[in-house]
Design a protein around this ligand. Structure first.
Ligand SMILES: O=C(O)CCC(=O)C(=O)O
Ligand SMILES: [Fe+2]
Length: 331
């Protein structure tokens, strides 16, 4: 059965009319998507007066009523247009049940792919030596440019960051206040030069370190690193002690979960399905030692900023019913 759905679209303060000349309160599209997966109650509706960055639940994401993917408010307009053009077909169906076709063809170099269902998850064992690990920890603890600071976002721990700064609330990418230091850029070069096809073009321009203390109850709550502002590849360097990272897929109650061991001095790579379809987190009990440090390397999607600029003039206010997102994961 096809459901008639209502999509109410609008523009932010100062822009009373869209390009077609319609008043913003008049811009209502009715359409019947090809799939009837959504109930008739489900609608996207604009909300006025908050700059268009947050839904009523405070989320920077909303659910597309057509494909049901979570999309950033800042990119919702383009997404819905593309989705409409596809007749409501999900533009990126979850890939969790199949391995990326590229995986078979790419030279993996030292990357060991997950043996089970986590397509796009790789481990590079002994990415750094014992001496390099000691130097890195000493560098981080010396805190000459930045001290460890407590964080509450995505779970309690201490953290610091380098390189471009992703503002998850404002949906912008800002210049670096703390440039990536040579001790980290050397590691980025190693990833690119020795990491085979998966990392061959990886040029991280941001990194964050997290310092977990088991006795303080630290953990990493399940999250996606930002799927609009961060790039396709994430690399987590593991220091001081081992842990198990838990990947979860699907809605609460019916979610599948898979634990992956992350040995100290290894580099974990997340891309493809594991990066986009599975949340990742680390429970306190899965920290194997009293202290664990991770450094996560990412590429920012610079086009995310450009898009934000282009859309700045006519931002969408989109609030999906109950559409609170668990995104906003990246540090
Ligand atoms: O601690 C880790 O290994 C992962 C950290 C992480 O997921 C993040 O910073 O987004
Ligand atoms: Fe993460």
């Amino acid at each position: 059965m096809r459901h008639q759905r209502q999509l109410r679209l609008g523009f932010d303060g100062g822009t009373e009319r869209n390009e077609a000349g319609a008043r913003r309160s008049d811009v209502i599209h009715h359409y019947a998507p090809t799939k009837g997966r959504l109930g008739p109650k489900k609608k996207i509706e604009k909300r006025r007066g908050d700059g268009g960055n947050r839904t009523e639940t405070g989320s920077a994401f909303t659910e597309c009523p057509l494909c049901e993917r979570k999309v950033a408010l800042s990119t919702a307009e383009r997404h819905v247009e593309e989705c409409l053009a596809r007749g409501g077909q999900n533009p990126k169906p979850p890939r969790s049940t199949r391995r990326d076709e590229t995986e078979a063809k790419v030279d993996l170099g030292p990357l060991v792919p997950h043996e089970g269902e986590l397509s796009g998850q790789y481990t590079w064992l002994n990415f750094i030596s014992v001496e390099e690990e000691a130097d890195l920890v000493a560098y981080l603890d010396a805190g000459r440019r930045q001290e460890w600071i407590p964080k509450t976002f995505n779970g309690l721990a201490f953290h610091k960051n380098w390189g471009l700064e992703v503002d998850l609330r404002g949906r912008t990418i800002n210049p670096a206040r703390h440039p990536m230091p040579p001790i980290l850029t050397r590691l980025c070069e190693r990833m690119r030069e020795r990491g085979g096809g998966v990392l061959g073009t990886f040029r991280p321009d941001e990194a964050n370190a997290i310092d977990y203390r088991k006795s303080l109850g630290h953990s990493l709550t399940p999250h996606f690193d930002d799927r609009q502002l961060n790039g396709d590849v994430l690399c987590n360097l593991c220091l001081v002690s081992d842990c198990a990272m838990t990947y979860t897929y699907g809605k609460k109650g019916e979610a599948r979960s898979v634990d992956v061991e992350l040995p100290r001095r290894s580099l974990q790579v997340q891309t493809g399905s594991v990066r986009y379809d599975w949340k990742h987190g680390i429970s306190n009990q899965n920290l194997r030692g009293e202290r664990r440090i991770s450094i996560t390397f990412r590429e920012c999607r610079q086009d995310g900023t450009k898009e934000e600029g282009e859309l700045g003039r006519r931002r969408w206010f989109v609030a999906a019913d109950g559409g609170q997102s668990h995104e906003s994961g990246a540090m």
